[in-house]
Design a protein around this ligand. Structure first.
Ligand code: PGA
Length: 254
């Protein structure tokens, strides 16, 4: 059965004080129903604080990145063993900011997905096209090739435990959102790309939408057949907005 996942990507925001307050509100209002996952992804330095504070709440915790290397001389990095040690369940990978600012190629992202699966955490694999690519009519081709590289690395079986987030780059942090129909078209294309390899895995895969999802537009996006949740940046830093999106996600499962 496909899960609906509402994931907050806090990016490089917060202090221990502000995160404590934000989480008090989120855990206080979190919805506990079957098949709905509420996920928060804080900056890595606050992961243990967040894991401790969510211990008794229906809220899961993810990292925003991880090294594919097991250990050693990689200054500034952290490993999957460390994330396991902290009790972290999910890892966002291949976010467009990692790709464009930190130079993560499709090959690096695929290697990280493989490492996360190997460690039995859940990768949240981000894909999406730039504005230029969309305007040139290449959105579907770009997304499909980003997924293909991962497919070649981990096989279709890897997608049985992977979450995909479709995040059009032009919609991230800009206030621009894909229309529900445009987002649905890409989500359906992703599912059918994977269904060619295994219909059952494709059917059970959660495909999240990301890119300026907020309290006002979430219900309409989540009502689409192939949109199974959201990866939310800006709006996830406000508990009331985030909880409104969670409520819309719960509603979309009815
Ligand atoms: P946004 O960010 O909701 O602020 O557009 C989404 C993301 O980058 O995951």
């Amino acid at each position: 059965m496909r899960k609906t996942i509402v994931a907050g990507n806090w990016k490089m925001n917060g202090t221990s004080e502000s995160i404590k307050a934000l989480l008090e509100n989120i855990t206080g209002g979190a919805i506990n129903i079957d098949g709905l996952v509420t996920l928060v992804c804080p900056p890595a330095v606050y992961l243990s604080q967040v894991v401790a504070q969510t211990a008794d709440a229906p809220v899961s915790v993810g990292a925003q990145n991880v090294s594919a290397q097991p250990k050693g001389a990689y200054t500034g990095e952290w490993s999957l063993e460390m994330l396991q040690d902290l009790g972290c369940e999910y890892v966002i990978l291949g976010h467009s900011e990692r790709r464009s600012i930190f130079g993560e190629s499709d090959a690096i992202v695929a290697e990280k997905v493989a490492a996360v699966l190997e460690a039995e955490l859940v990768p949240v694999l981000c894909v999406g096209e730039t504005l230029e690519q969309r305007e040139a009519g290449n959105a579907l081709a770009v997304v499909s090739s980003q997924i293909d590289v991962v497919l070649q690395q981990v096989g279709i079986e890897g997608f049985a435990s992977t979450v995909i987030a479709y995040e059009p780059v032009w919609a991230i942090g800009t206030g621009l959102t894909a229309t529900p129909e445009d987002a649905q078209a890409v989500h359906a294309a992703i599912r059918s790309q994977l269904a060619k390899h295994d219909a059952n895995i494709a059917e059970n895969l959660s495909i999240l939408y990301g890119g300026s999802m907020n309290a006002a537009n979430a219900a309409e996006l989540l009502a689409q057949q192939d949109i199974d949740g959201g990866l939310i940046g800006g709006a996830s830093l406000k508990a009331d907005e985030f909880l409104t999106i969670c409520a819309a996600a719960a509603e979309s499962r009815k």
